[in-house]
Every structure is written in structure tokens, then in C-alpha cells.
Ligand binder design. Sequence first.
Ligand code: PMP
Length: 350
Amino acid sequence: MRHNRKIKSFDYQTARHEFKNGLFFDANENHRQWVKIDWRRLKNLHLYPDDEGQELKSKLAAYHGSLGLKTENIYLGSGGIEIIRLIIKTFRQPGRQLTTFNPSYAFYDIAAGREKVVINKLNLRADFSINLRELQKNIAQTNILFICSPNNPTGNLLIDKTMLAEILNFYHGLLVVDEAYIDFAGEKKSLIKYIKQYDNLLVLRTFSKAWGLAGIRVGYAVGHEKIITALNQQRNPYNLSRLSQAIAIQALEQKNGLKRNLKENKILKEELLKELKKLGFSPQNTAANFIILKTNHADGLYRRLGHNGIVVRHLANDKKLPGIIRISVNSRANNRKLIATLRQFNAAKA
Ligand code: PMP
């Protein structure tokens, strides 16, 4: 087969595809791998993993303690990314749309495109909140609705229990609430506890952010058994390696480490906000492990930083929304390097 056109090999482009080296502030990973791993417990790699991930699911059910989750309420996947694609693949219906918001996590659009599902994108308000009336008016063709809370890239919580009730009053399709960053906002804000009340609510979580384990690729979805069963019917066998399962299990045994890391992250975020303000920026705090800068020169700033070894994320410019630079909270030393580089730019401008 001959290809004459230049084909873009991968549509999920990140800053790291463009700037391969440097300090990474672009992907909202944890600033360190804090989970202590006992490698001696990783045994029997000549055997396939437990296809159903029973031990990990039981540990997750226990982690979410008082909710009385059963393992049947939990789906395990290779990161939230794999689960997002599988949700769309499983629940897509001819002639129905997927609704999400602008700006929000880019992979919802990409996955919908790959599954040939028409996407209906509604603008968030200027304060980055959902316009409920507009949602209600534009949801008739939709059977999959994605709400990211805290939202990536704006970092605010998009939905609480009141809004959940309001939306599910007029919308009866599948509602996916992506809580990749909820640990930073506090577990109390999670909507997992409402999966018993609403059988069309599915909550997504991941080990990639607060747990500091983006490298092992473990995510999970919590919802009614019938949703979980439908997903399992589409799943590839052994989709979660023995290594990944074993490490996620060890992580769940270190809840105090999670608490410590969340505290540390909060302090580092506050320090970063303070330093950025001193430089004359107006950074916005978020309920997640990143901060945002709204600027009219987002692309220029992104490039200048990138060429100086500081990789941040630049998010789409929209007529209604200014350009956004998203910066993940990093270690104290790396945050200082970011600030020092920005200070040089300021000096160059003066
Ligand atoms: N949801 C959101 C909102 C994200 O920002 C990300 C990663 N950036 C994911 C899901 C996917 O994360 P993972 O596949 O690592 O679990």
C-alpha cells in the first residue's frame, strides 16, 4: 500500500510530542512516585493475571468503605483513557450523540471521533460553570454525557449532588462523571456515593494523579452492575497486567501516604501561585494538582517556555474563552526553575 499524503500518526497530541526533553509541567502527573513498592511481592509473571482483578476490586470496594460497593460495581481498565474509549464503544447508538463541554478533556472528542459518534460540545460559561438551561435545551439527541469534575483544564468542580439531581431529572442516558482529579478536591466531593441512587451514573477514577502511578496504567469505573457488565462484555481478556494489579493493590494499602502527598501538593500549589503572582501573573487556583493562567499570549508563552526546557500545556483558544496555559504542580526545585525561567522573560520584556 502506498501513502502519498502525510498522515498524522496520532491525534492525541500532547506538549510532550512537541518538546521531548525538559521538565514536564504538562500532563498533571504527581510530582513524585510516592507509593513504596515491595517488588518481592510481584511474583508468578509466567502466569496470566487474574482476568477479573478480584483482589484489586475487593481492595477498592474496601477503600470506598462505607458505600457498600460490590466488586460487581467496579470495572478495571488500563487507565481512564482506555475506559473512556470503551464506554463510547459500548454505549454508542446510531443517530445519538455524545455531549461534553468546551473546554474540557480533549480525549472525549478524540474517542468519539474514533468511534464515529457525533459530538455535541457546549461552551462553559465565562466562569467555567455549566449552563444548565443550555444543556437541557441541547440534550435531546444525546445518550452519553461526559462531565469532568474537577474539570481538566479549568480545574473547577463542574458538578455537585444538586446539579446531579437536576441533570438526571431531564436526562436519562448514561452520565459519566470523570473524577480523575477528585482526590485533590477531597473524597467527600466525590459522586461515587450516588451510584446506588442513579443507575445511569458511572464515575471514573484513576491511579495516575494523586496516587502518583501514571506509569502503571490503572483506572476504574464505578456504577450499576448492568453498566459494568456491558463494559466487561467488550473488554479484551487480561487487559490489566499482573504488575499493574499488584502495584495498585500495594498502593491501596498506603492510604496515609496518599494523605501526606495531598497535603504536600497543596502546599506546593500555594507556593507556586504566590510566586506567579509576584511575577505579575494572575494565576487561578483549582481543585486539582495544576493551576491555570489565562492570557492573550498563551501560544507565545508556551513556545518560549518549551524552547527553554520548561514544558507546559497550551489549551485551545476559543472566541469566548481566552487562551489557557495549564501548569502541573511539580516538586519545589522544579517549580523554582519554572519561576526563574518566567522571571527571565519578564526581565527581557522590561
Ligand atoms: N480524565 C482526565 C480528566 C484526565 O485529565 C486524564 C489524564 N490526563 C485521564 C482521564 C486519563 O488518565 P489515565 O488514562 O492516566 O487514567
